[in-house]
Design a protein around this ligand. Structure first.
Ligand SMILES: [Zn+2]
Length: 125
């Protein structure tokens, strides 16, 4: 687990704090470049471990898959060593979504305006 931003700032000496402040007042170009490099390092690290089975991924394997998901401002990426791990991940997400939907329906009062025929859902046949 990494350090929290507050802990990092607490650990910076006075001289570097002055440099950081000067950079931030100049649009923060150095800090932005440094943060971009660290984000790229983290993303490369996540691409080396399968999000499904936690095994090390062979970067030259033709059975690797990478899934990018989430809203535009919070994209997430998961890499899988094989199609089975990707399928398991998707089915787990679907099960979790269905469980959350059922929990929300149980806690909310019925909506008389809702017409279930207007919603598309996949059902088991
Ligand atoms: Zn895997």
């Amino acid at each position: 687990m990494g350090y929290r931003l507050r802990d990092v700032i607490d650990g910076i000496d006075y001289g570097d704090l002055q440099k950081l402040k000067a950079d931030l007042t100049n649009v923060g170009l150095y800090l932005r470049k440094f943060v971009d490099q660290k984000i790229a390092e983290h993303e490369r690290k996540h691409e080396r471990i399968c999000a499904g089975c936690q095994t090390t991924i062979d970067p030259y394997s033709t059975t690797n898959y990478t899934l990018i998901f989430g809203p535009d401002d919070l994209k997430r990426r998961a890499t899988f060593c094989a199609l089975d791990c990707l399928k398991y991940f998707i089915s787990s997400r679907e099960a979790q979504k269905n469980q959350n939907r059922k929990a929300a329906q149980q806690t909310l009062p019925p909506d008389p305006e809702r017409n279930d025929k207007d919603h598309f859902e996949f059902e088991d046949i």
